[in-house]
Design a protein around this ligand. Structure first.
Ligand SMILES: [Zn+2]
Length: 668
């Protein structure tokens, strides 16, 4: 199973980041006249604890400010209690080692709001040392201790219960665990409900529970000590946590903050089929049959289209795409699909790669003219994602996004923050939207998909035409699973998904903050009242940009490496926002002819591969091995061809030299 991670440059960097975050929070805490925290964290203060790290990650993900109070005894707790009292505070997190230092009656009264409801409390980091009396008092008698140690082995999983408002799309899932030790909460089943159990071969033990204490909802979570983890072999591949390690804090804060937390405006998904062009059938891909499956199982398919094929479309297939634009769309897949044409710059200079993008766009424009079909300005790189410089070029050419199996450019050295692994997209590279996508050709753990849905990440799946060798309905089960996990999932083209990729959270004044990720977005006011949307987007200003709203120039403010603007949107209305980058691109002057014989041979061989070779199981195995080990395979094939050539040459020579009766006769 792929790790669910908070990837970061390395352990040291991550801790430094967390330290900075916590120091910033403490500075806020010292300024005790401004109790504007969204989350109040009470802890001991002898260095960042695992609980405060988890809280920082979850609060950062949901855009909540955290105010930290360091407590030693009850004489310290007044400022924290005052902070908890503020209407802007949506949650309180207490590490178990300071429970004794807080007056529970005072805090439970401080978290009560005018409407009679209380904001929730999370007591995190409970160990076998945590006082039984403290636990009883804070949980209303629901939890009386923590029994341990309990080993977390390689066979252990975290089983999530179904408490819809808390566990949401994770309900019933099993999340993988990293080995270590924890303790099992001693729970009075009549007063507490388990949210997460640590499940082993022999038994299940509660490690995260909720209890109602008067009007307050109190969550209790046991501490985890991880087994020693080796330092990361590579900065970008390292994982600090599995998702399950931050799951309690994430579930708690999502539940506590509701619309005050960053949230998406919908759940989006897409299936992309790479390499095909508009011919019926293309290998195993029969568009008309796939359309029936999409209608029956509610999904959408994008064709990652190789621009070289721009003038080969069949009229019937064009009509099918035109009549079913809600189910079928097209995006750009390289240019010639000439192996890794956007590979390392050492092999192919940047200029040549940028020219390839220009030609790809010019060919797609010609495709649009010839077919009347629109295409998404989204790049799926052939074979693997390109370099950071090429990603920058895509941005300059006003592409909306790139979608690949990895969302980190192949030559990137950018240090990633602890939020990186939680999102399926990033703007970390040239502030250009880069999606990661799942290969549906290999097994995908349902829990991974559920985590993505819980995190409100768009789900992008991809396959190749040979995927349908086992039947055109092969993707149906995955589509059903997604639609079951999140009823109402919007299956769309990748441009549409990009345009709706923004996060929203409600402000204290009832208006909304928007964090934008795409250079083109459609902001929907789904609320019942007119509102102001305070939009911000990361921007490196590498290209001169113009901001347009509903097609007209609009003012923005530059704040460091961001643009910011305020947009009024009427109830139930939407507005189209576009950042247009100036690039001097003149597509009419770009030569789109197919002059390379090598590329033509390659493309026809690929058609042969998809139409003929993939018809047999052996052929499909060959394609898979070839794709996985292309370089070695090419060397192998070249060697075999050379050997064959020389063998034929030798045979020919010997045949020529050997006297042949007929030839002798003829000579005579
Ligand atoms: Zn491809």
């Amino acid at each position: 199973m792929r790790l669910w991670l908070l990837r970061t440059a390395n352990v040291k960097q991550a801790l430094a980041w967390l330290r900075k975050f916590l120091v910033a929070c403490c500075v806020t805490a010292c300024c005790q006249v401004c109790y504007s925290a969204d989350v109040v964290l009470l802890e001991k203060g002898d260095g960042p604890s695992l609980s405060s790290q988890r809280a920082a990650v979850a609060a950062g993900f949901y855009g909540l400010r955290t105010t930290v109070f360091h407590l030693k005894d009850r004489s310290d707790d007044l400022p924290a209690i005052k902070a908890a009292e503020q209407n802007s505070t949506v949650a309180v997190i207490i590490t178990a080692d300071v429970l004794h230092a807080i007056n529970s009656a005072h805090l439970l009264s401080a978290i009560r709001r005018e409407n009679g409801h209380s904001i929730p409390i999370l007591i995190d980091g409970i160990t076998t040392e945590t006082g039984a009396e403290d636990l009883r008092q804070w949980s209303g008698g629901a939890v009386s201790g923590c029994q341990g140690p309990v080993s977390i082995t390689e066979q252990s999983v975290y089983r999530i219960s179904t408490i819809q408002e808390v566990t949401r799309q994770l309900s019933g899932q099993k999340l993988s665990a990293r080995t270590g030790q924890t303790c099992a909460l001693i729970v009075d089943g009549s007063r507490a409900e388990s949210v997460i159990d640590l499940s082993s071969v022999t038994d299940e033990k509660p490690v995260f529970v909720k209890a109602d204490v008067g009007a307050a909802r109190v969550f209790l979570s046991s501490d985890v000590a991880l087994a020693h983890v080796e330092p990361p072999p590579s900065a970008l591949d390292e994982s600090l946590y599995e998702f399950s390690e931050v799951a309690p804090a994430m579930m708690f804060l999502r539940y506590a903050a509701g619309d005050r937390a960053w949230h998406a405006n919908g759940h989006y998904a897409n299936l992309t089929v790479d390499d095909a062009w508009l011919r019926e059938p293309y290998g195993y891909l029969q568009y008309s049959d796939l359309l029936q499956e999409m209608r029956r199982h509610n999904f959408h398919t994008t064709i990652a289209f190789i621009p070289w094929n721009y003038d080969r479309s069949e009229p019937d297939v064009i009509s099918l795409f035109r009549a079913n634009s809600d189910r079928l769309s097209i995006c750009i897949h390289g240019n010639n699909h000439d192996h890794q044409e956007f590979g390392p710059l050492a092999g192919r200079p940047l200029d040549a790669q940028v020219n390839n993008i220009r030609q790809a766009l010019a060919r797609m424009e010609q495709f649009r003219k010839l077919t009347g079909l629109p295409y998404d300005r989204v790049m799926v790189f052939p074979h693997s994602i390109g370099s950071e410089a090429v990603i920058g070029a895509l941005k300059g050419f006003n592409f909306l996004a790139t979608a690949n199996s990895r969302n980190i450019p192949l030559d990137s050295h950018v240090a990633l923050d602890s939020q990186f692994g939680l999102r399926s997209w990033t703007l970390a590279f040239r502030n250009f939207l880069s999606f990661r996508r799942y290969s549906a050709e290999i097994p995908i753990a349902m829990s991974e998909v559920a985590v993505d849905v819980f995190l409100e990440n768009p789900l992008l799946f991809y396959v190749h035409p040979a995927y349908f060798a086992e039947g055109i309905g092969r993707f149906d089960t995955m589509a059903d699973t997604v639609n079951q996990l999140q009823p109402g999932t919007l299956w769309r083209g990748i441009a549409d998904i990009s345009e709706h990729l923004y996060l929203e959270k409600m402000r204290d004044d009832g208006n909304f903050d928007i964090q934008a990720f795409s250079s083109s977005l459609r902001i929907n006011n789904v609320h019942r009242k007119d509102a102001l949307f305070y939009v911000e987007k990361d921007e490196d200003f590498h290209f001169p940009l113009e901001l347009l709203v509903d097609g007209l120039p609009y003012n923005y403010t530059r704040i460091g490496a961001r643009i910011a603007f305020t947009l009024p949107v009427g109830a139930g209305m939407s507005r189209q926002v576009t950042c247009r980058y100036q690039n001097g691109l003149d597509l009419k002057s770009v030569n789109i002819s197919k002059s390379s014989l090598r590329v033509a041979v390659l493309r026809h061989l690929s058609d042969f591969r998809d139409d003929v070779v993939s018809r047999s199981r052996i052929g499909r195995t060959f394609i898979r091995v070839y794709t996985d080990h292309e370089e070695q395979a090419n060397v192998g094939i070249a060697t075999v061809l050379m050997v064959l050539f020389f063998t034929l040459l030798v045979i020919g020579w010997r045949t020529w030299r050997t006297p042949h009766p007929n030839r002798e006769q003829r000579l005579e």
